[in-house]
Structure formats: C-alpha cells, structure tokens
Design a protein around this ligand. Sequence first.
Ligand code: HEM
Length: 210
Amino acid sequence: MRHYVYGGFERFWHWAQAVLILFLALTGFEIHGSIHFFGFEQAVAYHSTAAYALMVLIAFAGFWHLTTGEWRQYVPTRENLLKQADYYLSGIFRGAPHPTKKTPLSKLNPLQKLVYAGLKTFLIPLMVGSGLVYMFYRYPQRYSVVSLKVGGLEWVAIAHTAGAFLLLAFVITHLYLITTGQTLTSNLKAMITGYEDLPDEDPHGPAASA
Ligand code: HEM
C-alpha cells in the first residue's frame, strides 16, 4: 500500500544536508591538500559559507525533530539488531525478506537508528565543534584559544579530518544501502516524492514477517 513516509520539511532537510556535506567534503579536502578544484583561498571561503548554512539547517532540523517528536524514530534499540546485521551480511545476497518492516511511524531499522543516532549525537557535533574552534582559534590570540584552553590546532585538525573521513564512509555506505529497499530505486523515490509502497500489515504479526 502507498504511504506518505517523508514530509516536505524532512525531504528538504535531507537533500539540503546531503548537498552541504558533499560540498563541505569537496572544499574541506581541498583545504587539506588532497584535491585541487576551486583554489585554496576560494575553498576556505566556500567552506565557511557552507558551514554557516549547515549550522542554520541544523538549528531548523533540531526544532523540527523536537516539535514533531520525530526524534523518537532515532532512539536505538537492540530488538532485531543482530537479525538486521545478519541480513546485510548474508540474507540480502540470498533474497531473504527484510527483517524489519518499515511503516510511517517506524521508518528506520535498528542499524539505521544506531548509525543515525551516532551521527546526530557524535559525528555532526564533532564536525561543528571542531570546525568552530578551527574558525575562531585565531581571535583574539594568534596561536591559541586561551579561553577554551586549546593549546594548538593539531588535535582540532586531526578530529575534524578524521570526522570528515567517517562522514565520507557513511555517505558511501548510505549510497549503497539506498539501493537495497523493496526495489532498487524505491528508497530514493520515497525521499524525493515522500511516498513509498510498503508491504501491508501482516495479519500474523511482525514475528511472522521477520
Ligand atoms: C559546521 C560545520 C563545519 C565547520 C564550522 C567547519 C570549519 C572548518 C574550518 C574553519 C576549517 C579550516 C579552514 C582553514 O584552514 O582556514 C576546516 C577544514 C576542513 N574541513 Fe570543515 N567545517 C565544517 C564541516 C565540515 C564537514 C561536514 C566536512 C567533511 C565532510 C569538513 C571537512 C574539512 C576538512 C577535510 C578540512 C581540512 C582539515 C585539515 O586539513 O586540517 N568540514 N573546516
């Protein structure tokens, strides 16, 4: 049956976040010296602008999560966690059924809950926090943030760069997992249109479909 799974703001937030993170990765790895595209100075300017845009987006998304109660979708659970991992490691290659049934009220499987909760509570705050220290460490002192007791930038740079690699690893895995829905493109279409065909309620309960 066709369900409205992702609302307008949720889809806007998802795609805006995707574009900004990819752009931050592109400009960030140019600042890091790994690639050459815009030129260093331009990359720094673009990286700062995109970082501000991401922080504004995060503020609106935080408000949306709290006021709609959607944050509850992301509370990790151990239920079905191992079954879900087993599905991705082996079941999926044998055409086994999805162990978690997606519904508009419970959109995420236990592995998604865990990974997205980690992104929201650890990786994104790490990138924003280390990025802000990176941005403002020079002022008013040149080589230290006395008020923050940051002696130098080495650890900030390591944390920000390691976080960038982790985010890239997430994006690559995410792109693969997008293709593993009911059909190759059903997850992608759902995040574009909001609608998705989901299997009907199982009259024998969730255990029968697991
Ligand atoms: C709000 C979030 C962010 C802020 C405030 C921020 C800020 C900054 C700043 C100020 C720099 C140093 C620029 C300079 O040397 O002048 C930087 C570097 C960098 N950023 Fe970000 N950034 C953010 C998010 C991201 C994201 C999401 C990624 C990747 C997906 C990323 C990847 C990088 C990389 C790879 C570097 C180079 C690090 C190095 O070589 O030391 N940043 N960032």
